[in-house]
Design a protein around this ligand. Structure first.
Ligand SMILES: Cc1ncc(COP(=O)(O)O)c(C=O)c1O
Length: 464
């Protein structure tokens, strides 16, 4: 299938394969490299790097999956009272109390009620449980929407770059056209749109990841309003990827959902189609492997809604643990609940540590010769690196891109895994790499010192 051959997924690409091979070598031949461990800064998979799951969430999940322990006296000393209460409530919402059964294709109704109430509390605007589709993480929601939107290669999805490779991969798999341009300024979006039209492409939707991956940018509300107006005017579906809504590290920036922004502008169901995706994989919960998430689908006529439902029903339903977790992240313990204090301590501990890690890495990048790096939300930094001409030539000779060349050398010299910016696409002639802030906090100084030393010697080696 040409579409499969065309599809690329950089966050699990060549550099990661090399890292895995090096890890095997370190295991079978300790001391074979100048470093003793691989420092994975390449993927937003928090628990694989030591982030602990939130106790309350896991208590509820465990109780839902094994309800017979709910009535045992030991359970009251092992589990918090509010986790027991929540598990009972959730089980009452599941037909037959069976977490091993298929559910409604949009997800269990009671859980969707909870999620809708959570969205309403977050945004201050109504949310309808019938607009919620529970999914196995945000990725299947994106695939479903691409399947719905793309009719042929003449259909374009506007995807400002740098973008997360899920989008380019999903569009390639569906045989559509990825229409790109640099950044989210409306003047740029208009250029992207006009450029696509001039090539005979019909733009169908705009993807906005906010807070962003890979750059970590958090959009200003004014910019969001302009984006909403642009989508409304051009009849574009706004695909709002909001999986990083809980990870904003700078006090002057705040997350606003696109649906809230659209509603605050007075736009309702008839004015604009917004699909907001969320996930249990990120934030302070980091439950990537549980595969939970949802999309809130608004502003579609019933005929299209039926097709969305049909596509969801082809997959029968998303997994039930992921469904339960999605309801929990949208309705965590509240003041007065027994778990509230310990829950808040866990949550704040994770978020404040992430903020410190982001700051330390950002500062470190900004001290490197030729490197600039902006402040962050989400879980990533996307520094720009100005590489010497000689390094660019050496990359050409090695038949690779300069950013890949840099990342490969970095990995071989230090064990640090970054993703080359090419995987996310970057403005022509610029080179970047993406670094996650997820290694455990005590390892960050090692990342910084190894990176600093490597960068100095790399720049010396290729100095003109
Ligand atoms: C912007 C963005 N969207 C979606 C996803 C997919 O997440 P999941 O399918 O685990 O919910 C990711 C994962 O890193 C992401 O960064």
């Amino acid at each position: 299938m040409p579409a499969v051959l065309k599809c690329e997924y950089a966050v699990r690409g060549e550099i990661v394969t090399l890292a895995q091979a090096l890890q095997e070598e370190l295991k079978s031949k300790p001391g074979s490299h100048s470093f003793d461990e691989i420092l994975y800064c390449n993927i937003g998979n928090p628990q694989s790097l030591g982030q602990q799951p939130i106790t309350f969430f896991r208590e509820v999940l465990a109780l839902c999956d094994h309800p017979s322990i709910l009535d045992k006296s030991e359970t009251r000393s092992l589990f918090s009272a509010d986790a027991i209460k929540r598990a009972r409530k959730i089980l009452d919402q599941i037909p037959g109390r069976a977490t091993g059964a298929y559910s409604h294709s949009q997800g269990i109704k009671g859980l969707r009620d909870t999620i809708a109430a959570g969205i309403e509390a977050r945004d201050g605007f109504p949310a309808d449980p019938n607009d919620i589709f529970l999914t196995d993480g945000a990725s299947p929601a994106v695939h479903l929407m691409m399947q719905l939107l793309i009719r042929s290669e003449k259909d374009g999805i506007l995807c400002p770059i740098p973008q997360y490779p899920l989008y380019s991969a999903s569009i390639a798999l569906r045989g559509g056209t990825l229409a790109t341009g640099w950044g989210l300024e409306v003047s740029e979006l208009k250029k992207q749109w006009a450029d696509a039209k001039s090539k005979g492409i019909t733009p169908r939707a705009l993807v906005v990841i906010n807070p962003g991956n890979p750059t970590g940018q958090v959009l200003a509300e004014k910019n969001q309003k302009e984006i909403v107006d642009f989508c409304k005017k051009e009849g574009l579906v706004l695909l709002a990827d909001e999986v990083y809504q809980e990870t904003v590290y700078v006090p002057e920036k705040k997350f606003h959902s696109f649906k809230k922004v659209a509603r605050s502008m007075g736009y309702g169901e008839k004015d604009i189609s917004v699909v907001s995706t969320h996930s249990v994989s990120k934030g302070y919960y980091g439950e990537c492997g549980k595969r939970g998430g949802y999309m809130e689908v608004t502003g579609f006529v019933p005929e299209i809604r039926e097709q969305i439902y049909k596509l969801a029903s082809v997959n029968l339903c998303s997994n039930i643990s992921g469904q339960i977790l999605s309801s929990l992240v949208m309705s965590p313990p509240k003041v007065g609940d027994e778990s509230y204090e310990s829950f808040s301590a866990e949550k704040d501990g994770i978020l404040s540590s992430l903020a410190r890690r982001a700051k330390t890495l950002e500062d470190a990048f900004n001290t490197l010769e030729g490197v600039t790096c902006n402040k962050t939300g989400a879980m990533y930094l996307f520094p720009r690196v100005r590489l010497p001409e000689k390094a660019i030539k050496a990359a050409e000779a090695a038949k690779t891109t300069p950013d890949n060349f840099y990342c490969r050398r970095l990995l071989n010299a230090t064990g640090i895994v970054f993703v080359p910016g090419s995987g996310f696409r970057q403005a022509p002639g610029t080179w970047h790499f993406r670094c996650t802030i997820l290694p455990q906090e005590y390892k960050i100084p090692t990342v910084v010192s190894r990176l600093t030393e490597f960068h100095k010697s790399f720049m010396e080696e290729f100095r003109e």
